[in-house]
Design a protein around this ligand. Structure first.
Ligand SMILES: Cc1ncc(COP(=O)(O)O)c(C=O)c1O
Length: 396
């Protein structure tokens, strides 16, 4: 068969990713896997048997278009009590991970050339989806309080003045990926005002809201601060209950729901996964979240300690109070993209800074995740990584 003339001419634009990220290594500092140290194998088995006994026959049919109702009610309850954002299960749709909801929403918004505002560095999966769709991605300066909303306001004004079409403000507002920062309360208010003023919706990604380790309580979600349908929201249970379960969700206002219904609802994720997570979290949520936080605290502290011991004083890194990652800055001129193959060869992977930038620049930054390896392994892996960086000349 000759396939060469058969492929679609509408395929997404290719966006290159470093090949090393696909390699198998012992020390995985490049993926925010769920914490396997506290993975609730027995609890999940119990929950699955209980829920299959209660409602297993529903598996004989297709799930409801927006996904398991009990799960959506649980999400609505959690958003109201934990994130200050009361919402209706009818506005929620389950998806294959947060990524599934992000892709669906981008499909109904993004035309080539549309402007989208992101933090200074942003989650590589969404960035890739935006670049594949030909979006004009603009990174907004970001500091320890999250996206600089004065700069955002100015940049939206500039885009409008150029005649461009700003489509959304995409923000990872909690323990931001990759920088680890949380958008402050005042900036949340300001961002909602900006969205309303310019008619540009916020797309709020709270994938890490369940992972507070210590520090101040989180400010409420912007979803609950707005009463003009200006905020869309996405999150997932992948990082909490297992990436393999592929369970995420989106919350959208009615007009967006209507557009999504035309192209996407009906593709709810595995009903069995939703049933299992629903039952497990109904019975165990608080206790499990506390266990995960305590395990992540040990891993984070192991990574911070190892960096202190092995990285030189001309390097610096974030000290996050939640989430699963550290953001590291090396001296100007260091090339973390070029050094990745040598690290992989030494059994360690990490994310080079450029994968979080539309322009693929800022190679002297990297992201290190701490949710997969044990604290001991984290210590070993960071020591190996420091040796590789020293050998490759990244420490200057
Ligand atoms: C901010 C953010 N959004 C979305 C995702 C995609 O997650 P999922 O596996 O739930 O599709 C990730 C995964 O790392 C993420 O960090």
């Amino acid at each position: 068969m000759d396939y060469s003339g058969l492929f679609s001419s509408n395929m997404p634009l290719p966006v290159e990713m470093p090949v090393g990220l696909q390699a198998d290594t012992k020390y995985v500092f490049s993926v925010t896997y769920a914490d396997k140290g506290v993975f609730p194998t027995e609890g999940l088995i119990e929950s699955l048997s209980k829920v299959i006994r209660n409602e297993g026959t529903t598996l004989s049919q297709y799930p409801p278009p927006q996904g398991h109702l009990g799960m959506r009610e649980l999400i609505a309850g959690t958003l109201a009590t934990q994130r200050g954002a009361p919402t209706n299960p009818e506005s929620i749709f389950l998806s294959s991970g947060a990524g599934g909801a992000i892709g669906a929403i981008l499909d109904v918004f993004i035309d080539p050339g549309d402007v989208v505002f992101l933090e200074e560095f942003s989650y590589l999966g969404t960035l890739k989806m935006l670049l594949e769709r030909g979006a004009d991605v603009r990174h907004v300066p970001t500091d320890e309080n999250g996206m600089d909303t004065d700069a955002l306001d100015r940049m939206i004004g500039e885009a409008i003045a150029e005649g461009a079409k700003p489509k959304m403000i995409y923000t990872i507002s909690v323990y931001q990926n990759p920088m680890g920062v949380t958008l402050s309360y005042d900036r949340r208010r300001h961002m909602v005002e900006i969205a309303q003023k310019h008619g540009v919706p916020i797309f709020e990604n709270e994938s890490y809201a369940d992972f507070r380790i210590d520090g101040d309580p989180l400010p409420p979600a912007m979803l609950g601060m707005d009463d003009t349908d200006s905020v869309m929201y996405v999150s997932a249970y992948t990082k909490l209950m297992g990436c393999g379960l592929r369970l995420g969700y989106g919350v959208v206002p009615d007009p967006v729901k209507e557009s999504l219904q035309k192209i996407r609802f009906g593709g709810a994720p595995s009903h069995l996964a939703a049933m299992g997570v629903y039952q497990y979290l109904t019975d165990n949520r608080e206790e499990y979240i506390t266990d995960v936080a305590s395990s992540l605290r040990d891993s984070r502290d192991a990574m911070l300690g190892a960096l202190d011991r092995h990285f030189p004083s001309n390097t610096s890194w974030s000290k996050p109070d939640g989430g699963m990652m550290l953001w590291v800055e090396l001296p100007e001129g260091a090339d973390t993209l070029a050094a990745l193959p040598a690290a992989v060869e030494a059994d360690v992977k990490y994310n080079p800074g450029p994968v979080f930038r539309a322009e693929r620049d800022c190679a002297n930054f990297l992201r290190l995740t701490y949710s997969h390896n044990s604290p001991e392994e984290i210590g070993e892996g960071i020591e190996i990584l420091a040796d590789v960086f020293k050998r490759e000349g990244l420490f200057g």
